[in-house]
Design a protein around this ligand. Structure first.
Ligand SMILES: NC(=O)c1ccc[n+]([C@@H]2O[C@H](COP(=O)([O-])OP(=O)(O)OC[C@H]3O[C@@H](n4cnc5c(N)ncnc54)[C@H](O)[C@@H]3O)[C@@H](O)[C@H]2O)c1
Length: 806
């Protein structure tokens, strides 16, 4: 028996899916076009549209006139009078890869009988506007609406700078429709949002929604403050023209020529548009602006590629939704929606308590994001996010992810506000502001808060400190074990952790223990791609590794633990629920820090198979004792004393004793030190437990002086390729951090100065260099780029073949 046609081909299922999709898309369109809210991310929306198109390709009978694929999304709100466009306004079809673009270009070339010239433009993420000029005078301004009828926003347009009420020049046609995009420059968007927030107005999630929400406003019923805010919005909007509508017999033959004509009439056209031949040139344009996306003053979500010639545009025509002579290439999204699962607080090296968002893991701009910092409780309040909200998360390139705000329309009442804890989540000490008026809260227990000790120990091992390969975040955590600090290798006889005992450690102290991996600066647990906490066991011995299973500790203490599962459940019940790492108990994971694993150490002295890491750490600590004085100074974790200040202090004074003996003035006058660092040093020396660190490190053999240094003032000159030369580094130099550039100069025997004078021999300048570069040019000081600078610090000035200043 043959099946009925409809079910045989899966038409019924397809129809059900189509209906559901179409309804969802329509509800998203209503929120987006009418209320300026994005209930889902653009990428998700585009995905739904693509799916709808796919279904319609298989079942063309489903693609009726009312399909979202056939219509220009958008409508006309009752707030505004309707305006019928003289010529229809279109949307654009999309491609999401260069290959897809090539496919489109091939089809166009086939239809035209040859490859056309393409006009490449930035796709501005704003709001489409239609300006109707009659004999050179602006008559109406309207939004796109459904493409046939738009909303009359003429009154508001008058306030937007750069939109002429009357065209300049001559030769204006009786009627011309000019189309363009109204947008917020990125900087203006941030400022507008700040003002809106201060007035208790809804904050916009992105510049496109802000442009639409700002333009589509009425003055009726607004308080004077809100009217002022509305006008501020208008005045910050800008227009870029990107097309024409009705115009009988335009006097030019191509869109690019037309832009020249419109510009001559005083209309704002884009400076980025470019006519190119061939798909490779288009691909280059796409790649170029993909990399330079953030150097453009407005948001772009892609590139629009148009057939430049009007006659060719005409022969290709349009569908009911979009022209066939243009296509939008969309860049991968930088903004996504996800769920805010929780807001937790981390404590970093300096004791700062930082709220951070735990979100449902989501892939954006090349990686999976599962958390984002929220800086402090004011920021949480300002963003208006509640735990349980759907939030907009943005990650642009390599920039750290940021929560932009909530999607308030999706709230169901189950969300709740974040309350900033009053106590340090890691040690329970009451948090407080460092200074009056300081919004950041800190844990004042600098001495033994495990979070702070862990951060300091990691800093000691870092490249800018003693540069100890094995002493990274994992080992630092293991040495200070937050779940059972009193059992940590760095705990003293009273169970208090601290770095004083670092150089007294022996291999025996380094027992296997499971640790939660955390960030030293923020104290936030690092997460795996699936959102679970990252854990590690740095001192695992070979025989501890149980085949095919999680780690189980040997030894008498855990003889009753037969598998890791029951060890885990012990941990969840263990009495340390209020310590920071107790979070671990909430995460599904096989390797939780357990009391059993934290204890296993004391299984006895026998370390028949010691951990390779443990041996390496002890060896490296031994070597570190005689590292250069500046590295030892950095390792003391004195506020503001980084590698540059530490080198200056070490070179000038030659020993920690001499630094301690110096007055504030003597410290402050050293080049690269100054008042703030001098104060910080004096404060540091006053604290007992800091003295204790120095005493114990000294007793363990750490060298706090430069052998043979002649004493304060007689800085031991480093001999090198830059001896006798003064160099200023400014701007961002590729391959060097700011401190790194100075360090490189000093290490090569040069003097790293911070201001440019006649005595300066070279200035190395990268992007962002400001007045120093100008000064260098005025004084005729040779200016080097990053590549030349790299040669200078390694091979010296001769290798550059340049003469220095003077
Ligand atoms: N997140 C949501 O809920 C939601 C809902 C609806 C729409 N959207 C977004 O809007 C898109 C659909 O909107 P659309 O129909 O306006 O299409 P579109 O924004 O993808 O492209 C068409 C528009 O691009 C604009 N544009 C910008 N620069 C241009 C240039 N140089 N040349 C020509 N046009 C230019 C024009 O205004 C034109 O109308 C979706 O792809 C999605 O990104 C999102």
């Amino acid at each position: 028996m043959t099946e009925p046609t409809s079910t045989r081909d899966g038409l019924d299922e397809a129809k059900a899916e189509w209906t559901e999709l179409a309804e969802r898309i329509q509800s998203y369109q209503a929120a987006y076009y009418e209320r300026d809210e994005s209930l889902v991310s653009d990428a998700e929306y585009d995905g739904l549209m693509q799916r709808l198109e796919e279904i319609e390709r298989r079942f063309p009978e489903l693609a009726g006139q009312d399909s979202p694929t056939r219509r220009v999304g958008g409508g006309v709100s009752e707030l505004f009078a309707p305006v019928v466009h003289a010529q229809r306004m279109y949307s654009l079809d999309n491609v999401f890869s260069i290959d897809e673009f090539r496919g489109w270009a091939e089809k166009v070339a086939r239809d035209l009988g040859g490859a056309p010239a393409f006009l490449c433009e930035l796709k501005i993420d704003g709001l489409a506007l239609n300006l109707r000029y009659e004999n050179g005078k602006l008559v109406t301004a309207a939004t796109r609406g459904d493409g046939v009828t738009g909303e009359d926003v003429t009154a508001n347009i008058a306030y937007i700078p750069g939109i002429p009420q009357r065209l300049s020049g001559t030769g204006h046609p009786p009627l011309v429709e000019v189309r363009g995009e109204v947008y917020f420059p990125v900087a203006a968007f941030a400022e507008l949002n700040a003002h809106r927030e201060a007035l208790g107005e809804k904050v916009f999630a992105n510049p496109r929604n802000a442009a639409s929400g700002s333009l589509r406003q009425k003055s009726e019923g607004k308080s004077p403050e809100r009217l002022a805010l509305m006008h501020e919005g208008f005045e910050r909007l800008r227009l870029t023209v990107h097309g024409i509508g009705a115009w009988e017999h335009p006097p030019v033959h191509s869109q690019s020529e037309m832009y020249e004509l419109l510009a001559s009439w005083g209309l704002p056209v884009s400076k980025y548009a470019k006519v190119v031949m061939g798909t490779e040139a288009v691909a280059e344009f796409i790649e170029h602006f993909g990399a330079e996306r953030h150097s453009v003053e407005h948001e772009i979500d892609g590139i629009v590629i148009k057939v430049d010639n009007f006659a060719q545009q005409g022969s290709l025509g349009s569908t009911s939704r979009a022209p066939r002579w243009a296509i939008a290439y969309k860049y991968p999204p930088e903004q996504v929606n996800t769920k805010l699962l929780d807001i937790r607080v981390g404590v970093g090296r300096t004791g700062r308590a930082t709220p951070y968002a735990v979100v449902e893991p989501v892939f954006v701009a090349g990686s999976t994001v599962s958390q984002a910092t929220l800086h402090n409780q004011d920021v949480v309040r300002a963003k208006g996010v509640l735990i349980g909200d759907t939030v907009v998360l943005r990650k642009a390139g390599d920039v750290i992810p940021e929560i932009l705000g909530p999607v308030t329309e999706l709230r169901d009442g189950s969300e709740h506000a974040f309350v900033m804890p009053t106590e340090c989540p890691e040690c329970g000490t009451p948090l407080r502001a460092m200074k009056e008026g300081d919004i950041d809260l800190r844990c004042p227990n600098a001495r033994s808060c495990p979070a702070q000790v862990r951060g300091r120990v990691e800093h000691i091992g870092s490249r800018g400190g003693l540069d100890i390969e094995v002493l990274g975040e994992v080992v630092a955590a293991a040495l200070t074990q937050p779940l059972f600090p009193e059992r940590a290798p760095l705990a003293d006889a009273h169970g208090v952790v601290g770095e004083a005992g670092l150089f007294d450690l022996t291999v025996k102290d380094l027992f296997p223990v499971v640790v939660v991996v955390r960030d030293a600066e923020t104290g936030l647990p690092k997460l795996n791609d699936d959102g679970s906490q990252r854990e590690a066991m740095p001192f695992q011995r070979r025989r501890d590794i149980k085949k095919d299973g999680p780690f189980v500790a040997p030894g008498p203490d855990i003889s009753n633990v037969d598998d890791a599962g029951s060890a885990d459940s012990n941990a969840a019940d263990s009495g340390s629920a209020d310590s920071g790492a107790a979070d671990a108990g909430e995460q599904p994971s096989t390797n939780k820090p357990t009391e059993a694993s934290a204890r296993l150490d004391f299984a006895g002295d026998e370390l028949s198979v010691p951990s390779a890491n443990a041996i390496k750490l002890i060896e490296n600590l031994e070597l570190a004792k005689t590292k250069p004085l500046w590295r030892i100074l950095v390792s003391l974790n004195i506020r503001h004393v980084g590698p540059v200040a530490a080198r200056a202090l070490a070179d000038f004074f030659g020993s920690l004793d001499a630094i301690r003996a110096a007055s504030r003035d003597e410290l402050a006058q050293v080049e690269g030190v100054g008042g703030i660092i001098a104060d910080s040093l004096l404060e540091w020396f006053e604290i007992d437990w800091h003295q204790e660190i120095v005493r114990r490190w000294t007793a363990a053999g750490v060298q706090f002086s430069i052998p043979g240094h002649p004493g304060p003032g007689a800085a031991a000159e480093v001999e090198g390729v830059l001896s006798g030369l003064t160099i200023v580094a400014t701007g961002s130099l590729d391959g060097f951090t700011r401190d790194g550039a100075k360090e490189a100069i000093i290490a090569a025997g040069g003097k790293a100065a911070s201001s440019v004078s006649k005595k300066t021999d070279y200035v190395a300048a990268g992007p962002g260099a400001g007045s120093k570069l100008t000064k260098a040019e005025e004084l005729g000081v040779p200016v080097l780029d990053a590549a030349q600078f790299a040669v200078l610090v390694t091979e010296g000035p001769d290798a550059l073949g340049l003469t220095s200043n003077g």
